[in-house]
Design a protein around this ligand. Structure first.
Ligand code: NAI
Length: 776
C-alpha cells in the first residue's frame, strides 16, 4: 500500500513496541527476585507469579516477604537513617538528582516493564508515568537542596513504611520515595502484588545512583506484607490504595504515634456546562475515564452534564467511544490496554451487571480487557454513582443549574478531584471553591505535577503529595516532653463557700445551654474555695454543638479581613477584662498573680497574632509545566473538634481556638477538664465581640468520655487534642469512620508560649489545587 493510499483510508496498523530488553532484564535476574534489603537482593524465598495481564503469561517470580523479612528491612532502614539525614540536604539532593537522571536514561526499560506488568498502554507508561517519575525526583532534589533554608529546624521523621497500589506502580513509588528521601528519612516500600517489577528495577538502579545501602528497601508480597510493614517499628506510614484498607490502617496504628498519610479512592465528578467546547470536553472525558482504563484514583468517573446539551454530548461521546482502540498494551496505537488482573476485571463486571441505566459499550478483545463503557440515566443515589468502580466505566446524570451541579458533585463520600468544563471563566471560578475536592481541573483533567499538591478530603484520605505542602508529611519539629495528666482539684475536707452559687452552662450555637444529662460538677480552688459548677456534656450536647457549628458555615465564607477584625475585637474585649481573667486563673490553678497576669496578656497577644494571620496565609501559584497555573488555595477544613490543653487554661484555649477561627473554621471545643472556668468566662467575651453564634461552641466535661464521640462523629472534619487525658488513641481509632484528619498530642507536651504558627496554619487548612489555563 502506498503512503498516499494509507492517507486515503487512514487504516489502522499496529505499531508494536519490543519487549526484548525488558524480558532480558528479567532473565538477567534469573526470572526470580528476592527482596531488596540493605542495598542488595536477597535469595528468593516463598515465591508468587507476576503476570502480564494482556496475555496471562508469567513474567517473573517474586518473593512473598515474611514477617522476619519485613523486620530485617526496617532494621536496615533504621541503621541507615542517621547517616542519610546527616548527609544534609545538598548531599541528598545529588543522589536524588542522580536517580532522576538514571530514570531518564532507562526510561524505555521502565516504560516497557510497567506496561508488561500492569497492562497499561505503552504510550501512557512512556509519555506520562515515567516522565512524571523523573520530574518527581528532579523536583525533590531541589527541595532537598533548599530544605535547610526554607524549613529551618525541620528534621526527618525516621523510617517510613510505604504501601502502594498497582495502577501507577513506579509513579506511586516516586511520589512516596522522593519526598521521604529528600527530607532525610529512610524507606521500606511494599509494591502491589500484581505489579512489583518496576519497583525492583528501581531498586537495581538505586545502587548506581550512589544511594547508601539500607536507605531504600523493597519488600514484595500481598496485603499481609503490607499489614506487617504498617505494624513494624516505623515512624510513618504512607498508603495509597482502597478506602477500605486505608480505614483498616488508620485503626491499626491508632495511638501508636506513627504519622500517617492516606491517598484513597474517589468518584470524581466531571461537570460539563452548556457553554463548554463540547468536542474538547469529549476529549477531556477520554483522558478522565479511559486513561489507564479508568484504574485511576482521581478518574473523572461521574459525568454531570447540563440538561440542554446532554443528548448532543452523549451522541458525540458515543461516536468517540466507538473509535477507541482497546488491545495489546505494547502497541503504540492503542488507547486502552488490559485490566490489571482478571480479579479486578471480575470486580468491574460484577458492579456493572444488572445496573439500571442505559449502557453503551465500545469494543474490547477477549481476555483481560474491558470495553469503554458509558452508563447514563442513573439516580444520584445509585450504587454505581456512589461507589468507586476502578475501571473504564463512566456513569452520569444531568443537572439544570450551576448550584444543582455543585450539590450533585458534592453528593459523595469521596472528595479527591473534580473537573469543570466551561468557556465562562466566571462560572469556573465560581464553582471551583464550592467543590469538596482536593484538586479541581478547569478545562483539562488528570493533570499532575511534582510541584502541585495531590490529595483529597473526606474519605479520599488526608495529606498531600507533591509541592511544598507534601513535605510536611515527612518532617517533624523538636522533640516534646511527656505530658503529665492534670487532675481537677479534689473537693477539700473543709469547703469555703463564699460567693453566690454559679453554674457555668455549655455554650452552643451562641447561646448558653444546660447540659442534656443534667449533671454538673463543682470546681474547687487549691485553697478549698468553691469557684462554681460546670455542666458535664454528654453525646447529645456534642451532637448539638456539631450541628450548630455545621450551621455556621457562613463563617467559612466571610472575608479574611472581617475575620481579622473580629479576632482583634475579641483581643480588645479580653484585654478589658484582664484583671478578672487573671484572678480566675489564679483561683483555679493557684498560680501567682504575676504569672496569671502574664498568661492573660500572652493570650491577648496570641489573639493579635491570629488576627494578623487571618488575611496573610496566602496560597501559592505553582509553576506547573503546562500552559496554565495550579493555584494552591488554603481553604478552611470545616468543623474542627478540639480538646483544649490543661497546662495553660486560657492561653492554651486561645491558642487552639483562634487559629482555627482565623482560617475560617468553626469549632467545638472541649474545655480543659481540670480548669474549665477560663473557657466558660471566655465565651462571654466571644458573645460581646461579634463572633457569630455557632462559630465557637464550648463544652465542659469529661474529655475521656467525649473523645470517642468526637473522633467518630460523621459531621466533624478534623479533631485536635492537646488534653493531658489519654485520649489520642480513641480519637484516631474512631476517626476511621469518615477518615477525618486528626492532630493529637500522643501524651506529649507543647510549649504554649510559642504560637507554632506554621503547624496551626497547616492544620487549620486544606490545600485545594485549582488548575486553570493561563499564560502563553
Ligand atoms: P488495596 O487497597 O487492597 O491494595 C493497595 C495496596 O495495599 C497493595 O499493595 C496491597 O497489597 C496493600 N494492602 C492490602 N491490604 C492491606 C492491609 N490490610 N494493610 C496494609 N496493606 C494492605 O487495593 P486492591 O484490593 O488492589 O483494589 C481494590 C479496590 O481498591 C479497587 O477496585 C479500587 O476501587 C481501589 N483502589 C484504589 C486505588 C487508589 O489509588 N485510590 C488503588 C488501588 C485500588
Amino acid at each position: 500500500m502506498s503512503v498516499a493510499e494509507i492517507y486515503e483510508t487512514m487504516a489502522y496498523g499496529p505499531a508494536p513496541e519490543s519487549d526484548a530488553e525488558a524480558l532480558d532484564w528479567i532473565a538477567g535476574h534469573g526470572g526470580r527476585f528476592g527482596l531488596f534489603i540493605d542495598g542488595a537482593f536477597g535469595d528468593p524465598g516463598a515465591m508468587f507469579d507476576t503476570r502480564n495481564p494482556a496475555t496471562g503469561a508469567v513474567l517473573a517470580q517474586v518473593t512473598q516477604a515474611s514477617g522476619a523479612d519485613v523486620a530485617a528491612a526496617v532494621a536496615a532502614a533504621r541503621r541507615a537513617q542517621p547517616g542519610w539525614e546527616k548527609l544534609g540536604g545538598p548531599g541528598r539532593a545529588k543522589v536524588l538528582y542522580a536517580l532522576a537522571r538514571l530514570v531518564q536514561k532507562q526510561a524505555r526499560l521502565f516504560a516497557v516493564l510497567e506496561s508488561l506488568d500492569s497492562g497499561k498502554p505503552i504510550r501512557e507508561a512512556r509519555d506520562i508515568d515515567v516522565g512524571l517519575v523523573a520530574r518527581h525526583f528532579y523536583f525533590h532534589a531541589g527541595l532537598a537542596q533548599l530544605m535547610e533554608d526554607e524549613l529551618p529546624g525541620a528534621r526527618a521523621l525516621g523510617v517510613c513504611g510505604q504501601v502502594i497500589p498497582w495502577n501507577f506502580p513506579l509513579l506511586m513509588l516516586a511520589w512516596k520515595v522522593a519526598p521521604a528521601l529528600a527530607m532525610g528519612n529512610t524507606v521500606v516500600l511494599k509494591p502491589a502484588e500484581w505489579t512489583p517489577l518496576t519497583a525492583l528495577a528501581f531498586a537495581d538502579l538505586s545502587r548506581q545512583a550512589g544511594l547508601p545501602k539500607g536507605v531504600l528497601n523493597i519488600v514484595t508480597g500481598d496485603g499481609a506484607v503490607g499489614e506487617a510493614v504498617v505494624a513494624a517499628d516505623v515512624d510513618k506510614v504512607a498508603f495509597t490504595g482502597s478506602t477500605e484498607v486505608g480505614k483498616a490502617i488508620r485503626r491499626a496504628i491508632a495511638g501508636s504515634g506513627k504519622a500517617l498519610t492516606l491517598e484513597l479512592g474517589g468518584k470524581s465528578p466531571f461537570i460539563v456546562f452548556d457553554d463548554a467546547d463540547l468536542d474538547s470536553a469529549v476529549e477531556g472525558i477520554v483522558d478522565a475515564i479511559w486513561f489507564n482504563g479508568g484504574q485511576v484514583c482521581c478518574a473523572g468517573s461521574r459525568l454531570l452534564i447540563q440538561e440542554g446539551i446532554a443528548d448532543d454530548f452523549h451522541d458525540r461521546l458515543r461516536a468517540r467511544m466507538a473509535k477507541l482502540r482497546v488491545g495489546d498494551p505494547l502497541d503504540k496505537c492503542i488507547d486502552m490496554g488490559a485490566i490489571v488482573d482478571p480479579l479486578q476485571k471480575g470486580r468491574i463486571e460484577a458492579m456493572v451487571a444488572g445496573c439500571g441505566g442505559e449502557v453503551t459499550q465500545g469494543d474490547a478483545p477477549q481476555g483481560c480487557f474491558y470495553p469503554p463503557t458509558l452508563i447514563t440515566g442513573l439516580e444520584p443515589a445509585d450504587p454505581l454513582m456512589q461507589d468507586e468502580i476502578f475501571g473504564p466505566v463512566l456513569v452520569g446524570t444531568t443537572f439544570r443549574t450551576p448550584s444543582e451541579a455543585v450539590s450533585l458533585a458534592n453528593n459523595s463520600r469521596y472528595g479527591l478531584a473534580a473537573t469543570v468544563w466551561t468557556e465562562n471563566v466566571n462560572l469556573a471560578l465560581d464553582i471551583a471553591p464550592k467543590l469538596a475536592a482536593g484538586i479541581v481541573w478547569v478545562n483539562g483533567t488528570n493533570m499532575m505535577d511534582a510541584a502541585a499538591g495531590f490529595g483529597g478530603v473526606r474519605e479520599s484520605g488526608f495529606g498531600r503529595e507533591g509541592g511544598w505542602e507534601g513535605l510536611r508529611a515527612y518532617v517533624k519539629g523538636p522533640d516534646a516532653k511527656t505530658l503529665k495528666p492534670v487532675a481537677a482539684v479534689a473537693a477539700p475536707d473543709k469547703a469555703v463557700v463564699e460567693a453566690i452559687d454559679r453554674t457555668a452552662k455549655l455554650y452552643i450555637g451562641g447561646k448558653q445551654a444546660r447540659p442534656d444529662g443534667g449533671y454538673s460538677r463543682p470546681v474547687w480552688s487549691p485553697k478549698g474555695a468553691l469557684l462554681g459548677h460546670v455542666g458535664l456534656a454528654n453525646r447529645k450536647d456534642l451532637r448539638n454543638a456539631v450541628e450548630a457549628a455545621r450551621g455556621a458555615a457562613a463563617w467559612s465564607r466571610t472575608s479574611r479581613h472581617l475575620r481579622a477584625q473580629i479576632l482583634y475585637y475579641v483581643a480588645e474585649n479580653l484585654s478589658a477584662r484582664a484583671d478578672e481573667f487573671a484572678r480566675r486563673i489564679g483561683d483555679m490553678t493557684g498560680a501567682k498573680a504575676k504569672d496569671a497576669e502574664a498568661e492573660v496578656s500572652a493570650s491577648v497577644e496570641r489573639l493579635f497574632t491570629w488576627a494578623a494571620w487571618a488575611d496573610k496565609y496566602d496560597g501559592r501559584a505553582k509553576g506547573v509545566p503546562i500552559r496554565g497555573v495550579a493555584l494552591a488555595m488554603n481553604e478552611p477544613v470545616g468543623v474542627i473538634g478540639q480538646f483544649a490543653p490543661d497546662e495553660a487554661p486560657l492561653l492554651g484555649l486561645v491558642s487552639v481556638v483562634a487559629p482555627a477561627l482565623a482560617m475560617g473554621n468553626r469549632v467545638v471545643t472541649v474545655a480543659s477538664g481540670a480548669y474549665p472556668l477560663a473557657a466558660t468566662d471566655f465565651y462571654q467575651v466571644l458573645d460581646t465581640s461579634d463572633v457569630p453564634g455557632g462559630v465557637v461552641n464550648i463544652l465542659t466535661g469529661d474529655a475521656v468520655g467525649l473523645a470517642a464521640q468526637m473522633g467518630g462523629h460523621m459531621d466533624v472534619d478534623a479533631v485536635w487534642s492537646f488534653s493531658s487525658a489519654d485520649i489520642s488513641a480513641d480519637i484516631e481509632r474512631e476517626s476511621a469512620h469518615n477518615l477525618k484528619r486528626t492532630w493529637v498530642n500522643q501524651g506529649r507536651a507543647r510549649d504554649w508560649g510559642d504560637a507554632a504558627a506554621q503547624d496551626f496554619l497547616a492544620q487549620s487548612t486544606e490545600v485545594k489545587t485549582v488548575w486553570i489555563p493561563y499564560g502563553e
